[in-house]
Design a protein around this ligand. Sequence first.
Ligand code: PAF
Length: 274
Amino acid sequence: MVTVHTIDELQKEKENLSGSIGFVPTMGALHHGHLSLIRQAREENHNLIVSIFVNPTQFLECEELDSYPRKDIADNKICELAGVDILFVPTIDEMYEKDELHIGAPAIRGYVLEGEKRPGHFDGMLQVVMKLLNLSGATRAYFGKKDAQQLILIIQMVKNYFMSVEIIPCEIVRDERGLALSSRNIYLKEEEKTRALVLSRSLKRATKLVMTGELNVEIIKKEMHMVLKDVDELEYLSIVDRNFNILEKIEIGNTIILLAAWVGKPRLIDNIWI
Ligand code: PAF
């Protein structure tokens, strides 16, 4: 594995590659969720590029950019062991200039749910993902379904800008008790970790109801709210179609149930695709 910090170095290293390029963009603090994307990308491509870049433009002013977890040495080791060919770790100056052209998230899909709670977040996310996809020259890029809205917006960006990369959605990875893995989980105290399990439990409850034929969204949400009563604050619980239209009735194959909640210090998100 070679680690590169500049775009020039990255381009030089890419000249040595032949065949398909799998790409996994990350913000570091790698966990098993990232590792499953990296493993899948490794299996499906001749070459594998991973990037680690804590992207400032996708953090709101009130958010924890400086305290975002950073684990450079461990991340490096994980990438090396996972068979990454090129690890790209650029600086902010390398990625951005002062008077940048901006990419905007779509006015509706980009500003509901996460986009409503974190206005501007998806603009910054799309901006950096566009840059990273172009720089990596990826044949396929891998994103987790945990950030469902992010994933759907990236698919839309690739479609709207006629980009040739294939976006591969990857399943959510959970710990043995069901908690969806996230870099923010390190902020959970033991007691909070147990309480946070209600997120995945509520989604399981919803799935069970759907499996027994219950498609009424109000009834499903009511049941989920009962399971979710132990979180500190439920920011949203939404049942939408793949275009983020609110549903009254579950549409099998076209529904996502998403939620965001505070448990202790971290804000957690989880979802299920039905
Ligand atoms: O999901 C993330 O870690 C980030 O949003 C991404 C896609 C690496 C862009 O900064």
